[in-house]
Write a protein that binds this ligand. Structure first.
Ligand SMILES: Cc1cc2nc3c(=O)[nH]c(=O)nc-3n(C[C@H](O)[C@H](O)[C@H](O)COP(=O)(O)OP(=O)(O)OC[C@H]3O[C@@H](n4cnc5c(N)ncnc54)[C@H](O)[C@@H]3O)c2cc1C
Length: 445
């Protein structure tokens, strides 16, 4: 069965590997990749000895040990990785607040600590007394779950920097499992200074020693090099019998990891309501900015969150040279800053790096004159934005694609808020079902 896999990010590459490992002849698989290299959002860049990840700092961790071990195995085994104990902070005025915020209340100025814990207790008591259900909008959900103090001092300003719109415009269905929920006992302890961990599943993570996070997708791709057509942007998909024609070439099966929002331009004869559903899916874009620093005396942090506008446009700074000693030349260090912008707006101007650096100076994270040089990469599809009606639009798009025989896969292929390990898991599951279909077909013949 001649199969086209559109996109050679971690999803497309993993699917091809699993299919071949399951017995599909490699010659049947054809990966189309617009870029000059594989990896998609997992790509990294090295400039004058400094390495950073192009779509924001990436780390490897997974609740699925099999998926993680498979990724590590493809990349040369655990010796090819550096392991780090997660140390994350929120910069709040001149305080370093442990993350998650509600587990770090004692690090805050006393008045802010009081407002946050009082609000948390009030919200908790109200939920208990009234049994009020979780509100549908994210702003209401934050107030309902965390109370007014945490909403005002952290959740609202930080999330506005991430989502670039009022939080009332966002739904709340996506938060389960993504926004950590601390038990009230932990928050009370945190407020008086007894440390609690919170959010333990990322507490240790791995990162490739050399080549940035991209080493993982390079590893997955290493056995597929003759199957990937680089510099090959797919521009047209037309129905052809039971299969699809991809830019004039016939395929029995198509799997798409391309952003669903791009498909209305590519697929001929797509119904208006499906096209509207796809185009109505919102996403945010990202500028990743490397700051090459002239010294290596950095705190032991993995990354820090910058919730406040005075700290500049960056929402997060990753201490990327703490992930691997090979991410910066000896005696130097690298900071990687992330700035989000709306996917329906143009990219920020060249002034952005200067504004980011000035913000970090005000926040006491870099000192004037310490930045040797900078580098910036923009990524258009970075964050899925859960506006109201998201689930209905997404489902309408997926149902139509699956019924038509274009199988959607991956973070923007399905608009699933997936990390790379979850892309691998989804690829593994899709491969299993395709292999099963194949076996059933063989038996019927
Ligand atoms: C800020 C940020 C932080 C993240 N942090 C982590 C983390 O710490 N750990 C983690 O595991 N994951 C993290 N992720 C998620 C991870 O990057 C993604 O889940 C994963 O890379 C998605 O892979 P994919 O293959 O589904 O999609 P993509 O990587 O987007 O791959 C799609 C591919 O399709 C290609 N393409 C697009 N259009 C066309 C076309 N018309 N024709 C041909 N090819 C085309 C693209 O070039 C790309 O290579 C993060 C993501 C972001 C944005």
């Amino acid at each position: 069965m001649k199969t086209a896999i559109l996109g050679a990010g971690v999803s497309g590459l993993s699917l091809a590997r699993f299919l071949i490992e399951g017995g599909v002849p490699a010659e049947e698989l054809h990966l189309f990749e617009a870029s000059h290299e594989v990896g998609g959002l997992c790509r990294s860049k090295t400039v004058d000895g400094f390495t950073y990840d192009q779509a924001g700092g990436h780390i490897l961790y997974s609740k699925d040990a099999e998926a993680r071990d498979w990724m590590v195995g493809c990349t040369g085994g655990s010796d090819a990785f550096h392991e780090t104990q997660r140390e994350t902070r929120i910069r709040f005025d001149d305080c370093w607040v442990h993350y998650p915020f509600e587990n770090g209340l004692c690090d805050l100025p006393p008045q802010v600590n009081y407002e946050c814990v009082a609000g948390y207790v009030t919200a908790w008591e109200e939920r208990l007394r009234t049994g009020s259900p979780a509100p549908d909008d994210f702003d209401g959900w934050v107030l309902w779950r965390f109370g007014e103090g945490i909403h005002k001092h952290f959740m609202r300003p930080y999330n506005e920097k991430i989502w670039k719109r009022a939080l009332t415009e966002l739904g709340s269905s996506w938060v389960a499992g993504r926004v950590p929920e601390a038990p009230i006992e932990d928050v009370l302890k945190a407020s008086v200074g007894i440390r609690t961990e919170g959010y333990a599943h990322q507490s240790v993570f791995q990162y490739p020693l050399k080549g940035g996070f991209q080493a993982i997708t390079d590893g997955i791709a290493s056995t597929l090099t003759d199957r990937v057509r680089l510099n090959t942007r797919v521009t047209q998909l037309t129905r052809h019998g039971a299969g699809w024609r991809v830019d004039g070439e016939d395929f029995d099966l198509v799997i798409s990891t391309l952003p669903m929002t791009e498909l209305p331009r590519l697929i001929e004869g797509i119904p208006t309501e499906v096209s509207a559903a796809m185009s109505g899916l919102m996403f945010n874009s990202l500028s990743s900015i490397l700051l090459a620093i002239d010294h290596d005396e950095q705190p032991d942090f993995s990354w820090i969150y910058l919730p406040h506008d005075e700290q500049g446009p960056a929402n997060r700074v990753t201490y990327i040279s703490n992930y691997s000693p090979h991410n910066a030349p000896s005696g130097r260090s690298g900071l990687q800053c992330e700035v989000n912008w709306r996917g329906d707006e143009p990219a920020p101007s060249d002034e952005l790096t200067r504004e980011v650096t000035a913000g970090l100076e005000r926040a006491g994270i870099v000192k004037p004159g310490q930045v040797l040089f900078s580098d910036r990469t923009d990524v258009r599809h970075a964050y899925i934005v859960y506006t109201h009606g998201f689930q209905e639009r997404r489902q309408c798009a997926i149902d139509w694609l699956e019924a038509e025989g274009i199988l959607p896969l991956g973070r923007f292929g399905r608009f699933d808020y997936f990390n790379s390990d979850q892309c691998v898991i989804a690829a593994r599951e899709l491969a299993a079902s395709l292999l099963e279909r194949r076996r059933a077909g063989d038996q019927a013949d």
